[in-house]
Design a protein around this ligand. Structure first.
Ligand SMILES: [Zn+2]
Length: 461
């Protein structure tokens, strides 16, 4: 039996070798083909000045909307171009149109159309024009022939492409942005199913819902704390273009969760240093507890606790000022809380060392790192959970681990027993400004929710 296995085994091995060899060969061929093809594409892009190739850059017709249908219907009556006079053209793009052919159709020659095309390309890819979009072109007479004088088109909500002819005959293209109008929107309701589902059903944009959840994620355990019938309130910014279209969502300025009889309210505030955070009505910062184990590698192992211990290298009793978390070399180390990097350098016994200041009370330190993440230097602002470096064994260390310290008012304390907050409560002038701001928000809030509360009271009767 053993013999047979042995005999079969080599033949299988040879077969496997052949299969590996053949597939590698095929893959290599495919790779060469892709490289050749890419070179060809690059070549065609670099010779983009030739008109024939430009003409092939037709617009995608991914917007098959009602407007297009109308276009096709009215094409018979030749109304797709509203001509005010010979020089003013208002063109609605059809699928298959190219910027070049619509320009030459207005009476300018290929060279002029190409000049316009090249200037547009510097700020906007002409292939991103869509069927149904409108382009306004104004031509002018120059030395007996027509040239484009101006071109304009709304390319995105609130953004307009503008091309103008300069005195020297060249063109300048730019994208002009509408000044946006800020408005405040509110929503409130009861939670039925998940919070995000309830909010979305109430018309709150998904991006705002995600922000709402992340704001509360430090203080609320959504799976455990939120029950059916609990409520929420939200006020957020929304930005509109001058013609009333939504350009983008803004910040959440007020968020509240009604959990049973307990209402958790948060107000957005920018302090005098420019730090933005959410606070309760008393100006207390959202509790963002410092991580006890700020790393990606998940294990319960601790190789050395805080306090007196026999030193693994010096073999005498010393105080160990942090916690040692063994982890494979290179695994990710996170910032234990929001803060600013104070130190990021090699420090003898510590090896590669980072210290983060979280507020006037707390800092955290990280030792024996294999290396720092990109951009980690004094003054860099970091968020809790952001990667700051990698586990290593630099300095006086016997193996790869993270040496983690929590420093409270300049003294190193046990990271496992502290209840530290990474955020600071508002005081002094900041608190005064905050109180003034929340009075305004509360005013707005009362007005916004008054109508709704009235309706709810009627419904209860
Ligand atoms: Zn240590």
């Amino acid at each position: 039996m053993k013999k047979i296995v042995k005999q079969i085994y080599p033949s299988i091995k040879t077969k496997q070798c052949w299969v590996t060899f053949c597939s590698t060969f095929v893959m290599a061929l495919a790779l060469i083909f892709v490289i050749i093809k890419n070179t060809a594409v690059k070549a065609s892009i670099s010779s983009e000045t030739t008109i024939a190739q430009l003409e092939e850059e037709a617009f995608d017709d991914s917007f098959e909307n009602d407007d297009d249908m109308q276009m096709t219907d009215s094409a018979d009556t030749n109304e797709e171009e509203t001509i005010a006079n010979d020089n003013n053209h208002s063109i609605k793009l059809k699928s298959g149109d190219t910027l070049l052919n619509i320009l030459t159709a207005t009476g300018v020659d290929y060279n002029n159309a190409n000049d316009v095309y090249m200037s547009v390309k510097k700020v906007f890819n002409p292939r991103d024009f869509r069927a149904g979009q409108q382009i306004d072109v104004e031509n002018t007479d120059s030395n007996g022939s027509k040239v484009v004088n101006t071109l304009s088109s709304t390319i995105r909500t609130g953004e307009r492409l503008k091309v103008t002819l300069n005195n020297d005959g060249s063109y300048t293209a730019a994208i002009e942005k509408d000044e946006l109008i800020e408005e405040l929107l509110s929503a409130s309701g009861h939670i039925n199913g998940t919070l995000s589902h309830s909010m979305s059903k109430n018309g709150v944009p998904s991006k705002i819902v995600a922000n709402f959840i992340s704001i509360f994620s430090y203080s609320v355990d959504f799976r455990r704390d939120v029950k059916k019938g609990d409520g929420y309130e939200i006020i957020y910014e929304n930005y509109l273009t001058s013609d009333g279209k939504v350009a983008k969502n803004g910040n959440i300025i007020y968020a509240a969760l009604l959990l049973g009889k307990n209402k958790v309210e948060l107000y957005r505030f920018k302090d005098s240093r420019g730090n933005i955070d959410y606070y309760n009505s008393k100006g207390f910062a959202l509790k963002k507890t410092l991580s006890r184990r700020p790393m990606a590698y998940q294990s319960n192992r601790i190789s050395s606790y805080f306090g007196r211990r026999r030193h693994p290298i010096y073999k005498d009793v010393r105080i160990h000022w942090g916690i040692d978390y063994p982890a494979p070399k290179g695994s990710l180390i996170y910032a234990g809380g929001d803060g600013v990097i104070e130190v990021a350098q090699y420090r003898s016994g510590y090896g590669n060392y980072i210290r983060i200041r979280h507020n006037s009370e707390y800092s955290t330190a990280y030792g024996h790192m294999n290396g720092f993440a990109k951009g980690m230097r004094p003054g860099t602002r970091v968020k809790q959970g952001q990667v700051i470096g990698y586990v290593g064994s630099t300095g006086r260390s016997t193996g790869p681990h993270l040496h983690y310290e929590v420093i409270h008012r300049g003294k190193r304390v046990n990271p496992l027993t502290i209840k530290a907050s990474a955020s600071e409560n508002l005081r002094g002038k900041n608190l005064t400004n905050f109180k003034r701001q929340i009075a305004k928000i509360n005013d707005t809030r009362e007005k916004m929710f008054a109508e709704k509360q009235k309706n709810e009271k009627l419904a209860r009767k």
